[in-house]
Design a protein around this ligand. Structure first.
Ligand SMILES: [Zn+2]
Length: 276
């Protein structure tokens, strides 16, 4: 339950960062915009969240997700060597199945520490294990994005039990998509069952920025990437950047990109979240 208490501290609610991958300076405002049509920042309205409680899952939340069988990670699946590197789109590691963790040892703690290191170093506020090449159900985040400020949250084997009916638009970035920022619609609040770094089970409700970060990272654990949830209009606004990453991958590896934005199929957008 320690993690739950951590999230109730005022430090998170008083200083929220505007993007999952910070690309503008610290702000006490969280950009939440409710236009559903575009990634045009002109339409953004600012809403101060200072003092807003983070743990206010909507009373209307009602969707429930069922568990599916997931393979359990072996000790070798969790072996890693520092320094870890961020895996970039379209590396197939980001689409691979991720295994559940059932060994809560010093190696796992070290992995979480190293993930925080690389997250801070790359100006991120959240990071999932597959993004550093480890295909397991582990994520770390700190909405403050700076070591020593705010709270460091580690979630192992998280599951979503409820999401709010209310959805909000927000401009997201992703460390696996350097330089790309675009609008994604997601539920405003979620209720989560997870384990902490010691293996203790807990339930927590998140809203606002922590809920946004969690859902983005949770998607990574399901092999879903943020552009899977974007509208065609939004995709069009970043299409060239996605294509550039695909070309970069091909130039680096000498093999064809395992996926191409131009071949993406619309149903994936709908399928991703509810299937968890
Ligand atoms: Zn990401």
């Amino acid at each position: 339950m320690a993690s739950t208490n951590l999230l109730q501290s005022s430090s998170i609610s008083c200083t929220l960062l505007p993007h999952l991958s910070r690309h503008i300076s610290h702000s006490t405002n969280l950009r939440l915009y409710h236009s559903s049509s575009s990634s045009n920042n002109q339409s953004i309205s600012f809403k101060t969240l200072k003092g807003t409680p983070l743990l206010d899952v909507s009373a209307h939340a009602k969707r429930r997700f069922t568990s599916k069988e997931v393979e359990v990670a072996s000790p070798s699946d969790l072996l890693f060597e520092s320094p870890l590197k961020i895996v970039e789109y379209p590396d197939p590691i980001l689409r691979a199945a991720n295994k559940k963790i059932d060994t809560f040892d010093d190696n796992l703690k070290k992995l979480a520490d190293v993930m925080f290191d690389i997250m801070y170093k790359t100006d991120g506020i959240g990071l999932s294990a597959p993004q550093v090449g480890i295909n397991v159900h582990l994520m770390v985040f700190n909405p403050e994005g700076e070591r020593g400020i705010g709270d460091e949250i580690v979630l192992v084997n998280p599951r979503i039990s409820k999401v709010s009916q209310k959805k909000v638009h927000f401009e997201e970035g992703c460390l696996s998509f350097p330089g790309i920022y675009a609008d994604v619609e997601r539920p405003e609040s979620v209720k989560i069952d997870a384990r902490d770094i010691s293996g203790e089970r807990f339930t927590i409700s998140l809203s606002k920025l922590p809920a946004r970060i969690f859902q983005h990272e949770f998607d990574h654990l399901e092999g879903t990437l943020f552009f899977d949830r974007m509208t065609e209009d939004v995709i069009d606004s970043i299409r060239a950047q996605l294509q550039a990453l695909e070309k970069k991958y091909e130039d680096k590896t000498g093999v064809p990109s395992p996926e191409k934005v131009d071949n993406r199929r619309r149903p994936r957008v709908v399928a991703g979240f509810g299937k968890s």
